[in-house]
Design a protein around this ligand. Structure first.
Ligand SMILES: C[S@@+](CC[C@H](N)C(=O)[O-])C[C@H]1O[C@@H](n2cnc3c(N)ncnc32)[C@H](O)[C@@H]1O
Length: 224
C-alpha cells in the first residue's frame, strides 16, 4: 500500500516512520511519503494560504496551491485523480474514523491524506479534489498531521505481516471475531497483587472455558 501525506510539516513524520509497525510495513514494500505543498506552490515566497473572503480570523489553504501540489505529485488533474485514488482530507467534521473505515482503507492500494492547517481548506479543495473527508473525533486539532498519523497507524497495522503476530489484529476490539464488541480483559503475572486476583478461569488451562469467558466479557462490555 502507498500512503502519501500532503503536509506543511513533513518533519513531524520522521518520528512516526521510525515506529516498529511502520518500519515493518516499509520493509514489506509499503510506502509512507510526505509531500510538502510549499515545494510546488506557484506563488512567491512559498506562500500556500491566504486570508478568508468575507473576513474572519486565520488563514485558508489555497485551492490553486493544492492543485499544483497534487498535479506535481501525480501528473493528472486532481479532479480526475479522485476517481482512481482515495484522496482524503482530514477535517474535524468529516466521517468519523472507526474500525470499519480503517478496514476499508486498508483494502486500498493507495491513499492520499491531505492535512489542513490554520483555518482549514478552501472549500473547493474538498468539493473537487477529494473523495472523502475523515475526522478522528469531534474536537479540533491545530493541524491534520496527528490525524493523518492516526489514520496511517490504524490502516498500516492491518496490513498482513506488519504486526509481529497477525493474530493480534484478528481478535481485538471491534473486530468481526468479537462481533464488533470491545475486547475482553487481559491479565499477566503476578496472579495476585494486593489481593487482586486474576480470574480463576484464566489460570485453569481450559481453552474452551477461557474462550467462552472472554466472549462473555467482550459481550458485556458492548452493553450500554
Ligand atoms: C485548526 S483546524 C481547522 C478547524 C476549522 N476551522 C473548523 O472549525 O472546522 C486545522 C486543520 O486541522 C485538521 N484537524 C483538526 N481537527 C481534526 C480532527 N478532529 N480530525 C481530523 N482533522 C482535524 C484539519 O486538517 C484542519 O483543516
Amino acid at each position: 500500500m502507498n500512503i502519501d501525506v500532503f503536509t506543511l510539516f513533513p518533519e513531524w513524520f520522521g518520528w512516526f516512520r521510525g515506529q516498529r509497525h511502520v518500519t515493518n510495513a516499509l520493509a514489506l514494500g509499503h510506502t509512507l511519503e510526505c509531500v510538502d505543498p510549499r515545494e510546488a506552490t506557484p506563488l512567491k515566497w512559498g506562500q500556500v494560504d491566504d486570508t478568508p473572503f468575507g473576513g474572519g480570523a486565520g488563514m485558508v489553504l489555497r485551492v490553486d496551491v493544492m492543485e499544483a501540489a497534487l498535479r506535481a505529485r501525480y501528473g493528472v488533474d486532481p479532479v480526475a485523480l479522485r476517481e482512481r485514488r482515495r484522496v482524503i482530507a482530514l477535517t474535524p467534521g468529516g466521517r468519523l474514523l472507526d474500525e470499519a473505515l480503517a478496514t476499508e482503507l486498508a483494502g486500498e492500494e493507495a491513499i492520499t491524506l491531505l492535512c489542513g492547517r490554520y483555518e482549514g481548506f478552501d472549500e473547493r479543495i474538498l468539493e473537487h479534489f477529494t473523495s472523502d473527508q475523515v475526522s478522528i473525533g469531534r474536537y479540533v486539532l491545530a493541524g491534520g498531521e496527528l490525524a493523518a498519523m492516526v489514520v496511517a497507524d490504524t490502516v498500516m497495522r492491518k496490513l498482513p505481516g506488519v504486526l509481529g503476530k497477525d493474530e493480534s489484529a484478528l481478535e481485538e476490539s471491534f473486530s468481526p471475531a468479537l462481533e464488533g464488541a470491545p475486547e475482553y480483559p487481559h491479565y499477566t503475572r503476578p496472579a495476585e497483587w494486593r489481593g487482586w486476583r486474576v480470574p480463576d478461569v484464566l489460570l485453569s488451562g481450559h481453552h474452551e472455558r477461557i474462550a467462552a469467558w472472554r466472549r462473555e466479557q467482550s459481550r458485556r462490555r458492548s452493553l450500554p
